[in-house]
Design a protein around this ligand. Sequence first.
Ligand code: UDP
Length: 235
Amino acid sequence: MLIKDGIRIDGRKPDELRPIKIEAGVLYRADGSCYLEWGGNKIMAAVYGPREALPRHIQDPTKALVNARYSMASFSVEERKRPGPDRRSTEISKVTSEALESVIFTELFPRTTIDICIEVLDAEAGTRCAGITAAAVALADAGIPMRDIPVACAAGKVDGVVVLDLTSEEDKEGEADLPVAIAPRTEEILLLQMDGHLTYKEFEEALELAIKGCKQVAKLQRQALLNKYKTFEVK
Ligand code: UDP
């Protein structure tokens, strides 16, 4: 049983997020960076660029290439992961690149590449959402012009209840997981994936809950950027 008297296994209510900590600009050599802790996840994101895309034949004369690479450290999961890319990290890299590219003004930087490294140091479910959230802060920290700062959060279904931000146990034992990334200003959906089964009504409820979660996380992203750059008190 994962939910008892309306309370989840880690003491949260169905619509509560795990604790989140975000710090912008933590790496000296990257153009932009972010360290994020989200529940048991620990993630470092670094941005390099825009810089000349090489070799030259990969250059796009009309826009910058956005190349996110999601990578899990061997020690980040319970059962040691073989180092290097695999099907899962290739998929997550692809959907992350696409979600982020859609908000970046890539046409301002033709023939260049914007590289985003997402390193998962500790994993406890929801790493793709945490990775996108951290990468977005790193992009803003690098001064990359964007329409909005993307943010991601998952909802799902556990013991028949629609819940926000699944833990590892809820992800494994639950009925569904629905990671969502949005541009919070317009509520445009940048990523939507689903594992498991939901009725249409539950799907609507989960999507709404995930978007609410995204908006809470978006406030923490902005606060992290303000903490790094503020030179005066913002009222
Ligand atoms: N996981 C793992 N080993 C792996 C991949 C994933 O233990 O090789 C765990 C990890 O905690 C991850 C969770 O399974 O966060 C859920 O993975 P999923 O593919 O659903 O992606 P995520 O929820 O992290 O975006």
